[in-house]
Write a protein that binds this ligand. Structure first.
Ligand SMILES: *[C@@H]1O[C@H](CO)[C@@H](O)[C@H](O)[C@H]1NC(C)=O
Ligand SMILES: *[C@@H]1O[C@H](CO)[C@@H](O)[C@H](O)[C@H]1NC(C)=O
Ligand SMILES: *[C@@H]1O[C@H](CO)[C@@H](O)[C@H](O)[C@H]1NC(C)=O
Length: 433
C-alpha cells in the first residue's frame, strides 16, 4: 500500500502518508465497536428474530409442541382420509448388467404422466449400457416433454441381500423427494417385475384410499428364527470394495436387541411419502439407529423398513401386511421365487395383485399380459391421458390429454376387492403383531 501510494502520488502527500491508514483503521475500529455494542444490547430482546423451532423449544418445556412425534401425529391427521385429491406415485425401477431393455419395458408398462420415475442400473452394468438407457429415455418425446423419468447418474455397487441395497433405495427416495414435491407413494420395482393392471386402474383405486397406508408385508421374528437371523454378524463388501463379492460372515455373534423388536417380510414395498420422509430426514433417531443396526444383518432389505414402521407408534397402525405382488415359490420354497410363465397366467389374474414377479427377459407371458391385461400395443399401457388416434396402429399416447382423468378397466374392480380385504378389520388386527 505504502509503496503503491509513494510511487504514484509522488511527493505531494509524502509527509502526510500516515493519514490514509489512520482513517482506515479508525473507521474499522468504529465499525467493530458499534457492532459489538449493538450485538450486546440487542441480544436479550432479539427473540423475535430467532427461527421458529428454537422459540418453540424454549416455550414448550411442558407442551408437546416441540416434539417431532407430535408433528407427525398432526400431519397424519391432516393427511388422513379427509384429503381426497388425485394421487401420484413415485417409482424406483432397478436393474443390473443386461437389464436395460427389461427396465425400459417395465417403465413403459407402468408409465403415467402424473407419476415420477427413477431408474438405477447398478455398478455391475457397463457404462455403455447406462448411457444407452439414458439415451433411450432422452429419445422418448413423452418422457422429454413431461420430464418425469430420471436415470440415476450415480451407480451404486449393490449386494442384493446387503445394506447397500437399502442405501441405494434410500438414495433413490431422496432424489424423488428432491425432484418432486407432489407424489404420495413410493414403489420399489426391479427389472424382472411387471404390472398386471394399468396405471389408470391403480390411480383410480388409490384415489379412494387414505394417503397414510403403507403396504409392507411383515411379521415379527420370534422363536428359533430370532437366534438364527439376529445373532450372526455379516459384512457387506459392497460398502468398501469396488468390485462385487458375496456377503462375508464373521465368527462373532451378537446379542438380541432389547430396545426394539425385529420384523421381517417382503423387500417389495409401497410406502407413503410421510413414512419415507420420516426415514430420510431422520429428525427422530430411530430410523437412523435401525439403519446402522441393519448394516450387519443378513437380508437387511427384508427387515429395515419393517422394523422401523412397527417400532414407531405413529406409523405402526398404517402398515398393511401385503407387498402388492404376485410371487410364486417352489414347494418347499427355494431361495429365489420361480420364474413366471404362461402356466401361471390364471393364478396371476386370480391373485388380484397389481404387480407380479419374477419374469424371464421377454417371456411370452409378458406379451399376453400386455395384450389381455394392459391393452399395451404401442409404447405405453394406454390410459385416458392418451387422446391421439389409434388408427392404423398409431400410438394414441403421442397426444397427451388431461392426466387427471382415469378410465379404469375391469381389473380395477378386482384391485378394489383386494384392498377391501386388506383393509378389513380382521386383516388389520394382525398389524405389526
Ligand atoms: C427394492 O427393490 C429391489 C429390486 O431391485 C429389491 O432387491 C430390494 O430389496 C427392494 N427393497 C429395498 C428395501 O431396498
Ligand atoms: C370411492 O368410494 C365411494 C364411496 O365408498 C364410492 O362410491 C366410489 O365409487 C369410490 N370411488 C373409487 C374411485 O373407487
Ligand atoms: C382435467 O380433468 C379434471 C377432472 O375431470 C378437471 O377438474 C380439470 O379441470 C381438467 N383439467 C384440464 C386442464 O382440462
Amino acid at each position: 500500500m505504502r509503496k503503491y501510494v509513494n510511487s504514484h502520488s509522488g511527493r505531494a502527500f509524502g509527509d502526510r502518508i500516515w493519514i490514509i491508514p489512520f482513517f482506515a483503521s479508525l473507521l474499522i475500529f468504529i465499525t467493530l465497536f458499534m457492532t459489538a455494542m449493538f450485538g450486546l444490547f440487542s441480544s436479550p430482546s432479539g427473540g423475535e428474530q430467532l427461527p421458529f423451532d428454537i422459540i418453540s423449544f424454549s416455550k414448550s418445556e411442558d407442551s408437546s409442541g416441540y416434539f417431532v412425534e407430535a408433528d407427525l401425529k398432526r400431519s397424519l391427521e391432516r393427511n388422513g382420509a379427509s384429503e381426497m385429491g388425485l394421487p401420484r406415485l413415485a417409482y424406483l425401477i432397478s436393474g443390473t448388467k443386461g437389464d436395460s431393455h427389461r427396465m425400459m419395458r417395465t417403465l413403459q408398462a407402468v408409465y403415467h404422466p402424473r407419476n415420477q420415475y427413477v431408474l438405477h442400473l447398478d455398478l455391475e452394468a457397463p457404462p455403455r449400457e447406462r448411457l444407452e438407457l439414458a439415451a433411450s429415455v432422452k429419445a422418448d418425446p413423452t418422457f422429454r416433454e413431461v420430464d418425469n423419468v430420471r436415470v440415476m447418474a450415480q451407480s451404486n455397487l449393490v449386494t442384493y441381500k446387503g445394506p447397500t441395497m437399502i442405501a441405494c433405495t434410500l438414495q433413490a427416495i431422496s432424489i424423488l423427494l428432491k425432484e418432486s414435491s407432489e407424489w404420495d407413494w413410493f414403489i420399489n420395482l426391479s427389472a424382472s417385475d411387471y404390472p398386471l393392471v394399468t396405471q389408470d386402474d391403480l390411480l383410480y383405486v388409490f384415489s379412494n384410499l387414505s394417503r397414510n397406508l403403507n403396504f409392507i408385508e411383515h411379521m415379527q421374528i420370534t422363536g428359533w428364527k430370532l437366534n438364527q437371523r439376529a445373532k450372526p454378524i455379516i459384512i457387506d463388501p459392497g460398502l468398501y470394495l469396488s468390485k462385487k463379492s458375496d456377503i462375508a460372515w464373521t465368527t462373532q455373534r451378537r446379542s438380541l436387541p432389547t430396545s426394539f423388536k425385529l420384523f421381517t417380510g417382503s423387500a417389495w414395498v409401497m410406502l407413503t411419502r410421510q413414512f419415507v420422509e420420516y426415514c430420510i430426514w431422520g429428525w427422530d433417531n430411530l430410523p437412523r439407529t435401525i439403519l446402522m443396526y441393519y448394516t450387519n444383518f443378513i437380508s437387511s432389505p427384508e427387515g429395515y423398513f419393517h422394523t422401523v414402521i412397527c417400532n414407531t407408534q405413529e406409523f405402526r397402525h398404517t402398515a398393511i401386511s401385503h407387498d402388492l405382488h404376485f410371487i410364486a415359490w417352489d414347494n418347499p420354497p427355494k431361495q429365489h421365487p420361480i420364474s413366471l410363465s404362461m402356466k401361471d397366467f390364471d393364478k396371476m389374474v386370480k391373485s388380484k395383485a397389481p404387480f407380479a414377479r419374477k419374469f424371464a427377459k421377454d417371456d411370452p407371458v409378458l406379451d399376453k399380459i400386455d395384450r389381455e391385461l394392459l391393452g399395451r400395443t404401442n409404447r405405453f399401457a394406454p390410459g385416458a391421458w392418451c387422446v391421439g388416434s389409434s388408427a392404423n396402429g398409431a400410438d394414441p399416447c403421442s397426444v397427451r390429454g388431461n392426466d387427471s382423468v382415469f378410465s379404469p378397466g375391469p381389473r380395477a374392480e378386482r384391485l378394489q376387492e383386494l384392498f377391501q380385504t386388506l383393509l378389513s378389520e380382521e386383516f388389520r388386527k394382525k398389524q405389526c403383531a
